[in-house]
Design a protein around this ligand. Structure first.
Ligand code: PLP
Length: 396
């Protein structure tokens, strides 16, 4: 069968592939601890779910404008204003079916054949593939392990060519849990501006910050003069435990937002209306939203402390990145390779087969010596999973 060049390099999301296999094994009756997925294990807060149910009953079930219900876009703009301390134009907000669609809009609208896009690495598995769908070329830029892989201006500068058009940054980072400081972000933003590059900032984990109450620093914490052309993406999936609702947004210059809107109008029309009604409650009932975020972050921080403590106790020789945000532990397994197991993909397969723990090999994030474990699970599950990982680590 012949397919178009658009999808020549397309492959399914690596993280979804692992969690699908783990679910299949569990359905066959195997005792599987699935720590491969990137989603909070909490239910959507009740006040948000109730608003959605009321919305359905009130007949809010029709098409909306492609960029989203104006009240929701305005509520998101107000939410951004409280962060930035300056007015945000709600015409720059486009509501999408998750951050994934917001990123697709950005990459597809801004980059194309012949363009290179720098991707801070290790990276969330989808960025390079989405960039390739736009037929541009992703260029990985790895930070140093000693700095939790956070990239510096020098490292970025070394990767620039005359074809470079953009940079994708993600803080707090999936898979490492690293968080850029305000100063680090400021330096990178000013550099991107000086180079005339689009800065795509994925801040979806911004609220899941272990040094809370303050969320992790983001682009809008910077002075306006630090920012060149940028697209900020964020959404409800992680902050409000709403992964299945598919609700994300982008914020950028209104002229670009109009292009995203046109693109969506031809592809998906609006994000599901009921999800927007739920999102309107999430982004406008700030008191209830902040309380639920606080509760969730408290649990994630306790679990972060639990898994890092157990790793230190049970596997002192296994290096990991100290997570400061999100809900992942990124640890290094090349010291555990044997004659048969020579990469993290093989190591994760053996762990799943022999010990029933599903994790994601670093091949999905650009370095197959590392493994990502999600700690969005109950404390007992995490404790048992780390015990099994230690059993695997100490028998090799
Ligand atoms: N960005 C990052 C860094 C993620 O980890 C994820 C999901 O795992 C997404 C974006 C996608 O989020 P959404 O559910 O809003 O599409």
């Amino acid at each position: 069968m012949r397919f178009s060049a658009n999808i020549q390099e397309l492959k399914p999301s690596a993280t979804i592939a692992v969690s699908t296999l783990a679910k299949k094994l569990a359905a066959e009756g195997r005792d599987i601890l699935n720590l491969s997925a990137g989603e909070p294990d909490f239910d959507t807060p009740r006040f948000i779910a109730d608003a959605a149910v009321e919305g359905i009953r009130a007949g809010r079930t029709r098409y909306t404008p492609p960029a989203g219900i104006p009240e929701l876009r305005q509520a998101i703009a107000r939410h951004l204003e409280t962060r930035a301390g300056r007015p945000m134009d709600w015409n720059g907000v486009v509501v999408s079916a998750g951050v994934k669609q917001a990123l697709f809009n950005a990459f597809f609208s801004l980059f194309g054949p012949g363009d290179e896009v720098l991707v801070a690495a290790p990276y969330w598995t989808t960025y390079p593939d989405l960039i390739r769908i736009a037929r541009a070329r992703p260029v990985e830029v790895f930070g140093a392990e000693a700095r939790s892989f956070k990239v510096t201006v020098d490292e970025l500068e070394a990767a620039v060519t005359e074809r470079t058009r953009g940079l994708v940054l993600n803080s707090p980072c999936n898979p490492t849990g690293a968080v850029y400081t305000r100063d680090e972000l400021d330096a990178i933003a000013r550099w991107a501006k000086s180079r005339g590059l689009w800065l795509i900032s994925d801040e979806i984990y911004r609220n899941i910050h272990h040094a809370a109450p303050a969320p992790a620093p983001g682009l809008l914490d910077l002075d306006e003069d630090a920012l060149g052309p940028f697209v900020l993406v964020d959404g409800a999936s992680k902050s409000y435990a709403m992964t299945g609702w598919r609700l994300g947004f982008s914020y950028c210059a209104p002229a670009l937002a109009a292009k995203f809107t046109a693109l969506q109008s031809q592809i998906t029309s609006n994000t599901t209306t009921v999800s927007q009604v739920a999102g309107l409650e999430a982004y406008s009932n700030t008191e209830a939203a902040e309380a639920s975020i606080r509760e969730m972050v408290r649990a994630f921080t306790r679990r972060r402390d639990l898994v890092t403590r157990r790793f230190r106790e049970w596997m002192p020789g296994v290096p990991f990145v100290e997570p400061e945000g999100a809900f992942y532990l990124y640890f290094r397994v090349d010291g555990l390779f044997t004659g048969e197991v020579t990469d993290a993909t093989g190591w994760c397969s053996a762990l799943l087969e022999e010990h029933g723990v599903a994790l994601v090999p670093g091949a999905a994030f650009g370095d197959d010596r590392w493994v990502r474990m999600s700690y969005a699970a109950a404390d007992e599950v995490l404790e048992e999973a780390v015990r099994r990982i230690a059993a695997m680590a100490t028998c090799t």
